[in-house]
Design a protein around this ligand. Structure first.
Ligand code: CP
Length: 330
């Protein structure tokens, strides 16, 4: 693995290697070994052209826990506001010696351009591009699902398909969601069954090619499929207005049809967990009852994001990919 651009690029073995390595990283943190010397002398650049809280901070934390030097670049307050291009920004950062560039950009495909352009010699990690991909979010979601519903060590009976047979409902604004796209690909790779649920206006045309079922009725999916996990998506109002569209159905209709509230939470199987990538629109796609319930693993997803991003940086920069079937508890 030279770069991490898309969840769809990962083979089952590569995905499981990242999850197993993340489990090892988490174990070091639980043993209060806060800092590993693994990436001492290496430089990780966080290149964020779009706002972020969780992803930017967790990549920074992950790099520092591996002893890397970190340069944080935010487009706001930089020479991007004077018109500097991605190419010149990347060349400037390369001159400072980037071993890895973690990039978030509003344009789908920007990380791919950076990885193939020669503007940087470092490994490129996609931290979210437009409505396209957010591979480390999908990896931390898979890690969280595996931890709660399968067990940290994964499954030894079906190598590479650690989430075989799990039923996951991804609910809401699928149209604008790079999280949904990445999760559909990775969950399919790992053997899970995915149902996408949302109003017809927020489910993209051609979604059938996403290796997922589609439903426009959340209550039916909960009653009939009895999902092991529901992943609520943020309603991305900023992308709706920038695309010239509106928010249809209305917020009230949306919440009635697709919001996760106490009633729907109670209708889920007892073991089912609730995920949300954040940031949440409380009261719109998820009620406070649901967001704060013991079945919500939303805060844990953030913590797991650090372990997963440590694993990704370690595997890309230290180059020491463990054997793909090596388990954290082996
Ligand atoms: N989940 C996620 O990408 O959150 P941020 O936008 O805060 O990074």
């Amino acid at each position: 693995m030279r770069h991490l651009l898309s969840a769809g690029d990962l083979t089952p073995a590569e995905a499981v290697t990242i999850l197993d390595t993340a489990a090892q990283m988490a174990a070091t943190q639980e043993r209060e070994i806060k800092k590993l010397p693994t990436l001492r002398g290496r430089t990780v650049v966080n290149l964020f052209f779009e706002d972020s809280t969780r992803t930017r901070i967790s990549f920074e934390t992950a790099a520092k826990r591996l002893s890397a030097d970190v340069i944080n670049f935010s487009a706001k307050g930089s020479s991007v506001s004077k018109g500097e291009s991605l190419k010149d920004t990347a060349l400037t950062l390369q001159a400072m010696g980037a071993d890895a560039v973690v990039i978030r950009h509003q344009a789908s495909g920007a990380p791919h351009t950076l990885a193939t352009s020669g503007w940087t010699h470092g490994a490129v990690v996609n931290a979210g591009d437009g409505t396209h991909q957010h591979p480390t979010q999908a990896l931390l979601d898979a890690y969280t699902l595996r931890r709660h519903l399968v067990g940290d060590g994964g499954r030894s009976d079906v190598t590479g398909r650690d989430l075989e047979g799990l039923k996951v409902a991804i609910v809401g604004d699928v149209l604008h969601s790079r999280v949904a796209r990445s999760n559909v690909q990775l969950l399919h790779t790992l053997g899970a069954e995915v149902t996408l649920v949302g109003p017809p206006t927020l489910v993209p045309v051609g979604v059938g090619a996403w290796t997922a079922r589609v439903s426009y009725h959340l209550d039916e999916v909960i009653a009939d499929e009895k999902p092991d996990a529901v992943m609520m998506l943020r309603v991305q109002r900023e992308r709706m207005s920038s695309a010239g569209g509106g928010f249809f159905p209305s917020p009230l209709e949306y919440t009635r049809g697709y919001g996760l509230d106490a009633r729907r939470l109670a209708a889920l199987p007892d073991h089912a967990i609730v995920l949300h990538p954040g940031p949440m629109n409380r009261g719109l796609e998820i009620s406070a009852d649901a967001a704060d319930s013991p079945r919500a693993v939303i805060v844990e997803q953030v913590a797991n994001g650090v372990a997963v991003r440590m694993a990704v940086l370690y595997l890309l920069l230290a180059g020491g990919a463990p054997a793909t079937n090596e388990r954290a508890d082996a």
